[in-house]
Write a protein that binds this ligand. Sequence first.
Ligand code: GLV
Ligand code: MG
Length: 347
Amino acid sequence: MKSHRSFYRALAIGAPAPFQSMPVALERMIHFVPPHMEKVRAKVPQLIKQVDVILGNLEDAIPLDAKQAARHGFIQLANDNDFGSTGLWVRINSLESPWVLDDLMEIVPACGEKLDVIMLPKVNGPWDIHYLDQLLAQLEAKAAISRPIRIHAILETAEGVNNVSAIAEASPRMQGISLGPADLAASRGMKTTRVGGGHPDYKVLADDAGDAPRASYQQDLWHYTLAKMVDACMAAGIKAFYGPFGDFSDPAACEAQFRNAFLMGCVGTWTLHPSQIDIAKRVFSPEPEEVAMARRILAAMPDGSGAVMIDGKMQDDATWKQAKVLDDLAKLVADKDPEYAKFYQVE
Ligand code: GLV
Ligand code: MG
C-alpha cells in the first residue's frame, strides 16, 4: 500500500504532476468512432460540436487486420482537429493483447498533449492500473507532455467486479469507470447474447392465485453491478458511466437503461450509434424545472447554511449542495449547447 505522501508524486522524473482534483468536464456521452474508416474521420469536425467526448476505438469491433490502421487513423484524427471543450479519448487494446504496447508507444508521443483520457478494457484489479500508470509516466516524461493523461477503466470481468473499489482508488490518474455488459456477461457465464439492456426471462413471478393469470415483472440484470460500481466510484471521487447499448432498433429500451444509470448516479454513457447521442443528451442533462428550483434554493440561501421553506418544502445545507451540483451541471451544459442555454436561461 502506497503512503499518502507518495500517492500524488509523479511516477517518472519529468512526468507532469498528477491532478489532485478532477478537472471539470461535461461527459454526458462518450461517442465511439472507428478511426480506421476515412469517411468516419471526415465527420469528426461535425461530431465535435454535437458530443461531449469523442473516443477513437482501437479494441473490440476493430477487425484484426485494421488494428494498425485504427491506431494511425486515431493519431491523424487527433492532430487534424481542434477539440475545444470536447474531450478526446482513446480505447486502447487490452493489456494481454499484442497491440497495446504499440498503441501507447505510438499514441503518447504523437498526440499525448491533446489526449484527455485512455480507456483501458478488461481491467481485473489495481495491478492493471498500476502498470499503465507507470508506463504512462515514463512515456509522458519522454515526450515532455505537460498534463497527465487520465485513465478510465471498463468493468467487464468478474474479477474486476470483485476488485472494483481497489481499481477506483488505484491512482490519481483514475477519471472514472464504465460498465461493460457484453464482456462481463461472457466472463460471468451469463446465458445471454445481448450488449446491455434487460432480458425478458430475468423476472419474478407473482404468487399463484388460483385461476387468475400470474403477473410477472422483468428485473434489471445490471442493477447489482451498476450500484456496486457507482459506490466504488463516488467513494473514490471519480465518475461512473453506463457503457454500450447494442440494440440500435430499440431507442425506448436504450433510454430506459441510460435513465436507470443516471438516476443511480452515473454522469454519462457510451454512444455507439448517432441515434443514441440525442437520447444521452436528453437523459444526462438536468431538467430545466429542476435547474430553476435549484437556483431558487441557491438564491434563498446565499451562504449555503441555515434552513428556509420554499413551496412548503424544507431546504438546508444538504439540499443547497444538491442544488449546486445541478446549477454547476446546467452551466457546463449551457456552455456546450446553445439550445440548453435557452432552456436554462443562461446567456
Ligand atoms: C464493452 O466493452 C462491453 O464488453 O460491454
Ligand atoms: Mg468489452
